[in-house]
Ligand binder design. Structure first.
Ligand code: HEM
Length: 185
């Protein structure tokens, strides 16, 4: 689990480092307005001083890539997605039997955990946890087809929320990376 969180936080193809603050704080860490603020008006002060500082300043634009979790909308997006996702899962005859014995309230929390995880957000799950959480279900026959159904419901949920395709693909990749653990292989 950590590996794909890292992958996400690091932004696989991004040269810059994403903010690790997102781990504990889902709120948008980098203040959006504070970064792009070069001196607005070059005041006619000491020319020598301003000239040299202009030359020396090598355009310090630190492009911090937000985690998928942040880009997708953070906790608010998870909250919005939970209901839709849960409704879809419970309406899906391929997989709803796996959820019928679970306490609804606790399940909402778990759905939230699931989505936070799928968005690469802050969570404490490891591969071992995923194994453990689903071990019973594996005994009851949980397999690839069920996993695929969950993936489908996840994508459909995000589509319904107008999440851009590329972010859906990122979320799907993270969820996909749990397959072997969830299926206890
Ligand atoms: C896409 C991969 C999946 C991820 C990332 C995932 C994630 C999670 C997480 C985070 C929890 C909460 C664990 C806990 O704290 O107890 C959980 C529980 C659960 N998951 Fe998954 N899950 C996945 C796939 C599936 C599939 C395919 C099914 C069944 C079709 C399923 C059914 C359940 C159920 C029933 C629980 C609650 C178990 C209990 O009663 O404690 N999950 N899952």
């Amino acid at each position: 689990m950590l590996s794909f969180l890292k992958k996400l936080f690091g932004g696989e193809n991004e040269p810059t480092v994403a903010t690790p603050a997102a781990k504990s704080d889902p709120a948008p860490a980098p203040a959006p307005q504070s970064a792009p603020e070069p001196q607005p008006e070059p005041m006619p002060t000491s020319v020598a001083e301003s000239e040299s500082s202009v030359v020396e300043q090598p355009v310090v634009k630190t492009e911090v890539l937000a985690s998928l979790y942040e880009r997708i909308g953070g906790e608010a997006a998870v909250d919005a997605a939970v209901d839709i996702f849960y409704r879809k899962v419970l309406a899906d005859d391929r997989i709803n039997k796996y959820f019928e014995d679970t306490d609804m309230e606790a399940q909402a929390q778990k759905q939230k955990a699931f989505l936070t995880l799928a968005f690469g957000g802050p969570n404490d799950y490891s591969g071992a946890d995923m194994r453990e959480a689903h071990a019973n279900l594996v005994q009851k026959g949980l397999s690839d087809e069920h996993f695929d159904a969950v993936m489908e419901n996840l994508a459909a949920t995000l589509t319904e929320l107008n999440v851009p395709d590329e972010l859906i693909a990122e979320a799907a990749a993270i969820a996909e990376s749990t397959r072997t653990d969830v299926l206890g292989r």
